[in-house]
Design a protein around this ligand. Structure first.
Ligand code: PMP
Length: 422
């Protein structure tokens, strides 16, 4: 008898039969409110009719046209559509299939363009599971252990994680920037530094938004020292945070932008954007792959971008995120084991802590399991898996937010009962 690898074990016992909007229907006959969205992927909800129609039509027309061999129409359309939402100057695009591959494409480009070896990463960042991306990932040893040696040339600098340090944001930002300057003086000189990569909101690392002063400080140092600023918007892009890009909150534009997840509503598609001048510094043949910019994925991405615009999903993410956050804060106010509620837009999380403020992954796991029993699908994140995150599809409405909050209140009640009060 064959069975799934234990590495493919699921965070929930649900076997999904069908998805519609913010709901998944299980083999057990139950309907679940999905606050995982395939880890922030099904931005337009499960099986949005317009995305389904675009993909179905494309399947019957052209499935695969390897794009370094022949251009295809969905890709050309997608490039035009992305041109409407990308920051000015990032006018050259390159496509891959997953977040990790896109991160690697950004890394290769940065090294080739600058001729410098090192990449500075922020502590707590997650950039993927391929060996290079895992080498740049510092959000948990579970993503790095056991397959060393990892890629060399990675240098870690602090992220302004105010809650973790027990500081205010200003102090955490000042500390992180001072440490970066020290790093550039002691470990990785500017002449050895190709780029710094950061997520506008730490994702797998615990849903911690960056600060404006921190990102501005990175931009300023990148310009001063001639290295590149890479923003990994794999999780924060395409409306997730209540702005089209996560960096729109901070007014800081990257040299290379990495996108994936929400871009194609669940079809595998990722990519990087940079200036044409920078992009042409990648050596021909060094970037690419057989499946990048698959025609069906591109058609789904075009439909996704249309839906995001026509249904005002960015605005909806902001409004619904506000409502969800208020509800999460109300529950946290009466739950001593919830130490922090944070995030941006519809990328929200609650951190569980013990009486002395230490990470409490056991309670987080109990709450997550109780949520499934209450019909709400949630995922954990954070270095200790002590953070419960909420990333519903951007199409969520008030009724579904309230339904989720009700299930959350029940799950927190069940999951924290018997836990010592702080
Ligand atoms: N970067 C970020 C910020 C991510 O959140 C993820 C996935 N969680 C990745 C990169 C890697 O993406 P993938 O799993 O598609 O390789």
């Amino acid at each position: 008898m064959t069975a799934l690898s234990p590495h493919l074990r699921q965070a929930t016992p649900v076997v999904a039969v069908r998805g519609e909007g913010v709901h998944l229907y299980g083999e057990d006959g139950r309907r679940y409110l999905d606050f995982t969205a395939g880890i922030g992927v099904t931005s337009t909800g499960h099986c949005h009719p317009k995305v389904v129609a675009a993909a179905q039509e494309q399947v019957g027309t052209l499935v695969h046209g390897q794009y370094t061999t022949v251009m295809h129409q969905p890709l050309r359309r997608l490039v035009d559509k992305l041109g409407e939402v990308l920051p000015a100057g990032l006018d050259s695009l390159f496509f891959t299939n997953s977040g990790s591959e896109a991160v690697e494409a950004a890394l290769r480009l940065a090294r080739q363009a600058t001729g410098r070896p090192n990449i500075i990463v922020c502590h707590g960042g997650f950039h993927g599971r391929t060996v290079a991306a895992a080498s740049m990932t510092t959000s948990g040893t579970r993503f790095r252990s056991g397959f060393s040696p990892l890629m060399s040339g990675v240098v870690v600098t602090p992220f302004p994680s105010a809650y973790r340090y027990g500081w205010d944001e200003e102090t955490a930002t000042r500390f992180a920037l001072k440490e970066l300057d020290y790093t550039l003086q002691t470990i990785s000189s500017p002449a050895d530094t190709a780029a710094i990569i950061v997520e506008p909101v730490l994702g797998e690392g615990g849903y911690v938004p960056a600060t404006q002063a921190f990102l501005q400080g990175l931009r300023e140092r990148a310009d001063r020292h001639g290295f590149l600023l890479i923003l990994d918007e794999v999780q924060t892009g395409v409306g997730r945070t209540g702005r089209f890009w996560g960096h729109d909150h901070f007014g800081v534009t990257p040299d290379i932008l990495v996108t994936a997840k929400g871009l194609a509503s669940g079809f595998p598609l990722s990519g990087i954007a940079a200036s044409e001048e920078l992009m042409t510094k990648a050596w021909p043949g060094s970037q690419g792959g057989t499946y990048g910019a698959n025609a069906v994925a591109c058609a789904a991405a075009c439909a996704t971008l249309d839906v995001v615009r026509d249904e005002k999903l960015v605005e909806n993410a902001e409004a619904m995120g506000k409502r969800l956050r208020q509800g999460l804060e109300a529950v946290a106010d009466r739950t001593p084991g919830i130490g922090d509620v944070r995030g941006l837009g519809l990328m929200l999380a609650a951190e569980f802590v013990t009486e002395d403020g230490s990470p409490d992954p056991e309670t987080a796991a109990r709450v997550q399991r109780a949520a499934v029993d209450a019909g709400l699908l949630l995922l954990l994140c954070g270095a200790w898996n002590q953070v419960v995150r909420m990333i519903p599809a951007l199409v969520i409405d008030e009724a579904a937010v309230d339904e989720g909050l009700q299930a959350w209140a029940t799950a927190v009640e069940v999951g924290t009962s018997g836990v010592a009060r702080r």
